[in-house]
Design a protein around this ligand. Structure first.
Ligand code: NAD
Ligand code: AKB
Length: 320
């Protein structure tokens, strides 16, 4: 793991992962890429490449030019955006993924990390403490592409020995970069609206309990899994990783502790139907046993940190 390429690096996770990876491994060893050409300004310390992952020749040229031996493949279309444009979700999440996998194998890269998601679960899955191994028949195009990604990771690991790694990320909460069109985005938006207007209209139902994770735990989990001893890794598609689980009503109550006048109302839309068949919690004992996963953030300390940092970002005078 000497030279890491991150695809989709300007998104919610990539924009923070590239900073943490540069700190851990040196900015010279992290190549940042995204389809968006504005990126060079956002990642001044790293080599920046404009890369559309559906362009296999461009990807191969970048891997060669920078002597890349590890790829963290983040470019994707998320659940809500994917339901609005399933063909696009397939193109980016499957055609793009196959390019990354094929080039990783043909160029004999050391390691490839492809995130999965809690979206792999569906109506026939066990939705409380969802097991690592269970029925995966999702009812969104995003979920379908994530299950295919996990199956391909297993397949190519067995066929070619490519060291594939993945995490079924829960909904990621952060304040630096806004989320990119998922069902769990509400858990970020709620902080902005609580601070800006004191009111939030939630697109999920009040009791939609979902697993979530704060960004510092997300980037640490990703680095720890990537660094883990290959002999310890028994799951190549996507590890369940849990940190906290809450409903919109519970996060609203937590915010109300610090903004007593905060009001939430519910106007569920198509995202309610997506959330309905995602787990309330996951069984992440495999990740804990095999590479030492342990969360540091829960609903209480994440809420305090988000309020302080979102307020600072918005220039709002706020004290806990
Ligand atoms: P995001 O939507 O914030 O960012 C995705 C990035 O991919 C964007 O910067 C976009 O410009 C880029 N992109 C889109 N099409 C591209 C293309 N053709 N070529 C190159 N780049 C392209 O997503 P994210 O939240 O950072 O998610 C990263 C990964 O983690 C994805 O695989 C996603 O499925 C997974 N994940 C995220 C969450 C979450 O809550 N954020 C949860 C579970 C899984
Ligand atoms: C989404 O809501 O689509 C993502 C995810 C959980 O994969 N945040």
């Amino acid at each position: 793991m000497k030279k890491i390429l991150i695809t989709g690096a300007l998104g919610q996770i990539g924009s923070e992962l590239s900073v943490e990876f540069s700190r851990r491994y040196g900015a010279d060893n992290v190549v940042v890429s995204d389809v968006n050409s504005e990126g060079a300004k956002l990642a001044p310390g790293n080599a920046y490449e404009v890369l559309d992952v559906t362009d296999a020749a461009a990807l191969e040229a970048i891997v060669k030019r920078h002597n890349v031996d590890t790829i963290v493949h983040l470019a994707a279309i998320l659940s809500a955006k994917g339901e609005q444009n399933p063909d696009l979700a397939w193109k980016i999440n499957i055609d793009g993924l196959l390019n990354v996998m094929r080039i990783s194998m043909s160029m004999k890269l050391d390691r490839l990390m492809v995130p999965s998601s809690i979206a792999v679960f569906g109506p026939t899955s066990v939705l409380y403490d969802s097991p690592q191994e269970t029925i995966l028949k999702p009812n969104t195009m995003y979920g379908v592409t994530k299950v295919i990604g996990e199956l391909l990771a297993d397949y190519y690991y067995k066929k070619s020995g490519l060291d594939m790694r993945g995490i079924r990320y829960p909904g990621v909460i952060s304040y630096r970069t806004l989320p990119g069109g998922g069902t769990t985005d509400y858990a970020v938006e709620i902080f902005y609206e609580a601070l800006r207007s004191g009111r939030y209209t939630c697109p999920l139902s009040s009791d939609a309990c979902l697993p979530m994770i704060y960004m510092p735990d997300t980037v640490r989990a990703t680095a720890e899994l990537l660094e883990a001893d290959p002999d310890a890794i028994k799951v190549h598609g996507g590890y369940n990783v849990g940190a906290m689980s809450f409903t919109p009503a519970q996060i609203a109550a937590e915010i109300k502790k610090y903004i007593p006048s905060f009001e939430i109302e519910y106007a569920p839309d198509f995202r309610r139907e997506i959330a309905r068949y995602w787990p309330a919690s996951v069984d992440d004992s495999a990740a804990r046993a095999q590479w030492g996963w342990k969360e540091e953030w829960n609903l209480e300390n994440m809420t305090r940190d988000m309020l302080v940092n979102v307020a600072a970002k918005l220039g709002i005078d706020f004290k806990l």
